[in-house]
Design a protein around this ligand. Sequence first.
Ligand code: GLN
Length: 405
Amino acid sequence: MKHAKSGIGRPVAAHGKKTFFSVHPSRADSFTESVIREMTRLSIKHKAINLAQGFPDFPCPPELKEAACASVTCDHNQYAITWGAKELRDALAARIKTFNRMDLNPETDITVTCGSTEAMMASMLALIQPGDEVIVPEPFYENYGPDTQISGAVPRYVPLAADFSIDEEKMKRAFTKKTRAVILNTPNNPTGKVFTKKELAFIADLCIDHNVVAITDEIYEHIVYDGHKHVSIGSLDGMHDRTITIGSFSKTYSVTGWRVGYALADEAISSRIRKIHDFLTVGAPAPLQQACVAALNLPESYYRNLAAEYDRKRKILFAGLKKSGFACELPEGAYYIFTDISGFGMNDMDFAKTLIEQAGVAAVPGSSFYSHGGEDRLRFTFSKKDETLDEACRRLEGLEISGKR
Ligand code: GLN
């Protein structure tokens, strides 16, 4: 993981005395700020099109907006129950039973959190004692690095194979006596890989043999293409008690700013997550939790349509990137294209800055998805209106950079 610079001392005057203030070292020094969010700030500064941070620039379904307004008007404005409004937990349990094929008791096994980001952090804090090892397949969504650092875990980064599938030998070797958890993310950010039932069963067997918990981030579960199927590892034999499944309303219903996500686990683990969650945030926004019940009442056609919309957007961005000389593959799921920029003769940071400043398009430098390496990659999101993607592609095509293929 990349290391942040520690605080710099400076002289200060207090009560007539000259003294010297310097921030003491802390765990916050062991990681940097999010590169994804930094790219959004840079993008705003340069008025660029933000294909860096994965959030939609189109509206959420009208049913959600109406429900959110009604919820505030009806005075759902005080704390919900710490682990989530009952109506929402009940609706989630029903949906998860049919879609994810997992049986959960809404009274004990579901914790509604401030986005999947909090769900992951609370899960790690609930499971980890300092020094425990956590397996993180690499490349990985940026947050998992700091999550391990904050919880005191020792991350064991395990490279995925060249096609981003699980490398069985490397994965097997990573499990030790100290391993407490393995972090999965399917469909995967940034690679777009949708892990197959066979790959997940292989990891499940390792978890069972080594008494390890799978923490699985499934935030893109409804965004899959070309007949790929989303499988929840928690639904596989022997995994019920040893899986934390993380989900969210952010991506499925285009409400990333609402900050409503959840962590699902059997009671023994959930009771620990709930304590951590309570003292971290007390609860997710109460009126929006009520509105999320309306989201879960949307018909099945909503999910088919979501995947079809993203399929079209994926193809628009893919064609544009190819035309501009980026080496890339169509992703199997999620809403990112993870490009190979080695042909451009520039590292990821320089290239990302050049793109923002000269083309007016923001992307995420690949190195933010690796403990080491990734300088030969850039990640672009296609979670944008068609016209936004068309304009971004037009700008990329017009970019003059040396080494452009
Ligand atoms: N998941 C999104 C991404 O990878 C954004 C996450 C965030 O910034 N909270 O871009």
